[in-house]
Design a protein around this ligand. Structure first.
Ligand code: NAP
Length: 253
């Protein structure tokens, strides 16, 4: 019997965890965008770089006889999720989205909601001192508010306008570190993407401890009818049932 081929779209901790937990009876290809160095020791065959759009992705699925796809990309990676939705329909391949649950506000937290950073910045009052934890991709949007002292955190270096202070740092950050940073810059608003996950939550609890407003950028919606699970065990179970695998002899994840 031929082994089923599964494509796992990665770039997240969830994708790494699923790759490590995938049954041995599956041939696994993990796909990474190639924007950062591929993590070492990933289970499965790793390919990097874009496919060249939805049609090319559909062609890749057919040529590589893919039986099922798990999209475990970041909740804000909207383009690849749209592309794979189209491509799997075109190539008649089963698709599952694995996405960590979004954050919810704790009782008493002050949250405002926006769908993009541009509208969030434009809505800030003239007295705001915002902290954007959204990375270097947000640098162009800061041009919308030359009147505000903006703190932007990013892992990599990027050019920023004169009113923007760039702080380069790599997560995770403790709540104490977040509080210290927000205090040092007299922050009034935290502008952040609703990425979800445990480690990134410390900035939210820090903002709440300081009584700051959180301006939450909500996730782009997945295509209508998308099948979504929020944890690795559920993704593994979906693969087993979709591929009709006998998992009784596979090691537990
Ligand atoms: P995106 O805007 O949805 O995708 C842009 C293009 O990059 C896609 O059209 C596709 O190119 C290619 N691509 C993206 N993910 C890919 C993958 N796993 N394998 C092969 N090609 C991929 O994505 P993005 O926001 O730039 O994010 C890129 C990667 O970084 C994603 O894999 C995501 O999981 C990870 N990431 C993103 C964020 C975020 O905040 N956006 C945060 C952490 C990690 P083609 O059209 O040529 O196929």
């Amino acid at each position: 019997m031929t082994r089923p081929h599964v494509l796992l779209l990665g770039g997240t901790a969830e994708a790494r965890a699923l790759a490590a937990a995938i049954p041995e009876s599956i041939d696994l290809t993990i796909s990474l965008a190639g924007l950062t160095r591929a993590p070492r020791g990933m289970a499965g065959l790793v390919r990097t770089g874009g496919f060249g759009g939805p049609e090319a992705l559909a062609e890749w699925l057919r040529a590589n006889e893919v039986a099922a796809v798990v999209d475990a990309t970041h909740p804000f990676a909207a383009m690849i999720s749209r592309n794979v939705s189209w491509a799997t329909q075109d190539a008649d391949v089963s698709l599952l989205h694995l996405q960590r649950p979004p954050w919810q506000p704790d009782l008493g937290a002050l949250w405002e909601h926006h769908f993009d950073i541009a509208s969030a910045l434009c809505a800030l009052p003239e007295t705001a001192r915002p902290f954007l934890s959204t990375g270097k991709g947000s640098a162009p949007e800061t041009l919308l508010r030359p009147d505000l002292p903006i703190l932007l955190r990013a892992i990599e270096a990027t050019e920023v306008p004169a009113n923007v202070r760039l702080v380069r740092a790599r997560p995770p950050f403790s709540e104490e570190q977040e509080i210290a940073l927000m205090r040092e810059h007299a922050i009034t608003h935290l502008v952040t993407k609703n990425s979800g996950g445990v480690s990134g939550r410390t900035k939210l609890t820090a903002a709440q401890a300081l009584g700051l407003t959180v301006v939450m950028i909500e996730r782009p919606a997945l295509p209508e009818g998308a099948l979504i699970v929020t944890d690795v065990d559920a993704a593994r179970a979906w693969l087993a049932s979709t591929l009709a695998l006998d998992t009784s002899s596979n090691p537990a994840p």
